[in-house]
Write a protein that binds this ligand. Structure first.
Ligand code: MGD
Ligand code: SF4
Length: 748
């Protein structure tokens, strides 16, 4: 295979004919949180067969029921009443998940890259041919360089089946964007302070809180189901909501206090809140005395970080900083400074997350009602298989520069791959499963350079997303509604498990990831690791170990268990050892000092946009998850493009009107491929512009998503790397607004 010709292929050329399926009527979308609406759905579903599932539209994994008619058409998905992740109510995206199944743009058959008349294209292939090619290439890479040289980049449930294959094959070179492009810094920050990851779902006791502080965390647009439900309860219960965001988000509109902070200055605000709590004697003294370590050092550290000092940096008035700090203290310990979720912003993100953790520590909210509860989950027994071989190197060694990385760092794997001459960690092959790296990892030019350097790349996906166009082999996975997957077990107040089973036969010639992993494993001589005919046998065995059965789970979908680890909250004065080196909440971190980092968070000034440029801010659309749902027929109906939010002052300066089409160009001369409509609104500060993430697809085979809106990722050519855990801070990109079409003389 000639790598220099590994060009992006628009899969449209050679795909199979499509089946005609009617798109289910989804009038229910948008207000599916209402119970009346749910009753209607249940009535309409009476003649349909129901199958247990859990949602894959985002990673909250709400459990539900998929309803199928006599013609094998999935008609709707509704929430499972017994599920603590959703309480019987799916979010609009979850209800629309059936569109992932009915989308006729789906990948339909395996594809192999080939050259016709000197041009790269794909040809259809049988599963046997495609999987034999994948296994042969994996074996060649193993023989030539070692199994470690084959990397797995993954997201979502297919990843776990592939991870098992990779471990059996001898590679631990595994990474996913959910770490270094998302939650990583917050997990490190909280681990260093409380000795524990936050994890997902977050153990935030929102339903019982008296004060919820959201810092760049837009619950309501970021539709994590139970958090939205609990926030609505908290609002009904008259909890104080404080939102810190340069944008007037939905959450801000529900808040008593909206702090329209200057972007990149949050650590200054957090330090001054600590100052007020400590110097006005408002912190939880008994809690801090009993469980804290390094309080005196922290007190001295924040002495000069007064609200007046922070005002000059954040533009938030000193009296508002004082007032909000006092509100938090009045609610203590039933107060949550929310850890956020997508927190890779400016490169000092672990320290910002640590500031959030420290504030929670000062307010005594960890392990307290209305603060953070002690989570619990069921451990799913491992289906027996021989021990995995021990790789010589893997994700840990690749990320060795980042002492606090606890998972593979996607961007480091990409960087190492691009270094063709890297003798230490030569990466020669990628298996990409369920992640659209081009639209997900910033600096997409580096990703493309890495792809160019590869000897082999296979992509497993349900849709012809941008990443599939660079593959040597494309494997079409069936959607979550057509397959078995591992049992869901996630942390919550009480542990629970949920079953995912097929609600219909896979459409087209698509297959589940467990089957694909097993076939490749067998071709690689690893049959002993896949000692079952059907993944159903693995699930049945695991359920038996847990004292239930597949039969029972097919009927109930979700099984709840009693807590075994003790109460949800600390008792007054209870002895408790945190999982930190000292056993205490570490306000001062000796571990950080030992590694040469600031033991307590420090504010660092970040570059501000130059004249004529605005900071590119981005976030979630309530109707979509990343780039994966933009083409979903049901969800695309609700939102088919993003807009560029600009402040009226900016609109005046730039001469813009609402709905005018513009292009944006970043500081490095990268220009958006497609135009985007302007939304003039006071809801964004004048120094920034804002767009929903995930839009601006450039693969024509995505018939609904192609060319709609702007891709924020494409404009992220600059990142700030977190020195502690390697995450990519993405919010340091600046754009100018172009009113003339910069592409008018070029073909896109
Ligand atoms: P998507 O872009 O939605 O998310 O990054 P990704 O995980 O890459 O791509 C998911 C891919 O999985 C799609 O190609 C979809 O078709 C495919 N897929 C969906 N279901 C299945 C399935 O069942 N099986 C298989 N095999 N494939 C499936 C998310 C990542 O992006 C995260 S977690 C965060 S928090 C970051 N957010 C973010 C941001 O907000 N802005 C910018 N600019 N970049 C970001 N990157 C990060
Ligand atoms: Fe699905 Fe919505 Fe739950 Fe996410 S929050 S898993 S999209 S229902």
């Amino acid at each position: 295979m000639d790598n220099s010709r590994r060009s992006f292929i628009k899969i449209s050329a050679l795909s199979a004919g499509s089946l005609a399926l009617t798109t289910p009527a989804l009038s229910a979308i948008g207000n599916n949180f209402s119970l009346a609406n749910k009753k209607e759905l249940i009535n309409a579903a009476k003649n349909l067969k129901r199958s247990a599932t859990y949602c894959e539209v985002c990673f909250w994994k709400c459990a539900g029921w998929a309803y199928t008619d006599e013609n094998n058409n999935i008609k709707k998905v509704i929430g499972n009443e017994s599920d603590p992740h959703c309480n019987g109510r799916l979010c609009p995206r979850g209800t629309g998940g059936v569109g992932m199944y009915s989308d006729n743009d789906r990948l339909k058959t395996p594809l192999i890259r080939t050259t016709i008349n000197g041009k790269d294209t794909f040809r259809e292939a049988s599963w046997e041919e495609a999987l034999t090619l994948v296994a042969t290439k994996m074996q060649e890479i193993k023989d030539k360089y070692g199994a470690e040289s084959m990397a797995l980049l993954k997201h979502g449930t297919p990843g776990s089946h592939l991870e098992h294959l990779f471990k059996a094959y001898g590679s631990d070179t595994v990474a996913e964007p959910a770490y270094a492009q998302c939650r990583g810094p917050r997990e490190t920050g909280f681990r260093l302070t409380f000795g524990s990851w936050v994890g997902s779902p977050e153990p935030t006791d929102i339903r019982d809180t008296k004060c919820l502080v959201l810092i760049g965390s837009h619950i309501g647009e970021n539709m994590h189901n139970t958090q939205v439900q609990e926030m609505s309860d908290a609002i009904d219960n008259k909890a104080t909501i404080i939102t810190v965001d340069p944008r007037f988000s939905t959450a801000a509109s529900k808040s008593q206090h909206w702090l329209a902070i200057k972007p990149s200055t949050d650590i200054a605000l957090l330090l001054s809140w600590m100052h007020v709590l400590i110097y006005e004697d408002l912190y939880d003294k008994e809690y801090v005395k009993q469980y804290g370590l390094g309080f005196e050092q922290l007190k001295e550290h924040v002495r000069t970080f007064t609200p007046e000092w922070a005002y000059g940096i954040t533009t938030i008035k000193p009296e508002q900083i004082r007032e909000t700090a006092r509100l938090m203290a009045a609610a203590s310990p039933s107060v949550i400074i929310h850890p956020g979720r997508h927190v890779t912003w400016y490169g000092d993100d672990t320290q910002r997350s640590r500031s959030i953790a420290i504030l929670n520590g000062l307010l005594g909210s960890w392990g307290r009602r209305g603060g953070f509860y002690f989570k619990e989950k069921i451990s799913i027994p491992k289906f027996p298989h021989p021990p995995y071989p021990t790789p010589k190197w893997g994700w840990e060694e690749i990320g060795e520069k980042y002492p606090f990385a606890e998972m593979g760092i996607t961007n480091e794997v990409i960087k190492v791959t691009a270094e063709k001459e890297n003798k230490k960690y030569p990466i020669k092959g990628w298996f990409v499963a369920g992640t659209n790296l081009i639209n997900t990892v910033p600096q997409h030019i580096k990703t493309k350079e890495a792809i160019e350097a590869l000897e082999f790349m296979v992509v497993l996906d349900t849709m012809p997303m941008e990443i599939t166009g660079y593959a040597d082999v494309v494997l079409p996975e069936c959607t979550y509604l057509e397959r078995y997957d591992g049992l869901r077990s996630a942390t919550n107040r009480e542990p629970s498990i949920a079953l995912r089973m097929p609600a219909a036969k896979p459409r087209f010639d698509s297959k589940p990831a467990w089957w694909i992993a097993k076939q490749i494993g067998e071709k690689l001589g690893l049959s002993e690791y896949f000692n079952y005919k059907d993944f159903k046998e693995v699930i049945a065995w695991q359920l038996e170990q847990l004292g239930t059965s597949l039969e029972e789970m097919e009927k109930i979908g979700v099984k709840n268990f009693k807590r075994k680890s003790g109460p949800l909250y600390l008792k007054d004065g209870e002895d408790y050892e945190f999982y930190t080196p000292s056993g205490k909440i570490e306000f001062y971190s000796q571990t950080l000092a030992n590694h040469g980092f600031d033991p307590m968070p420090v504010y660092t000034a970040h570059e501000q946009p130059p004249q004529g440029y605005y900071r590119l801010n981005y976030g979630r659309s309530p109707m979509h998850t990343f780039s994966r749902t933009i083409n979903n027929p049901n969800l695309n109906d609700l939102k088919d493009e993003n807009k560029l939010w600009v402040n009226p002052k900016v609109a005046r300066i730039e001469g813009l009107k609402t709905d005018q089409k513009v292009w944006i160009e970043n500081q490095d001369g990268i220009v958006s491929t497609f135009p985007v409509k302007v939304r003039v609104t006071e809801r964004i500060r004048w120094d920034s512009v804002y767009a929903y993430h995930g839009f601006g697809h450039n693969d024509k085979k995505l018939t609904r998503a192609y060319g709609k809106g702007v891709s924020d990722t494409k404009l992220m050519s600059r990142v700030s790397i977190d020195p502690m855990m390697g995450g990519t801070g993405m919010r340091g990109n600046f754009v100018k607004i172009l009113t003339e079409n910069p592409h008018k003389d070029t073909e896109i």
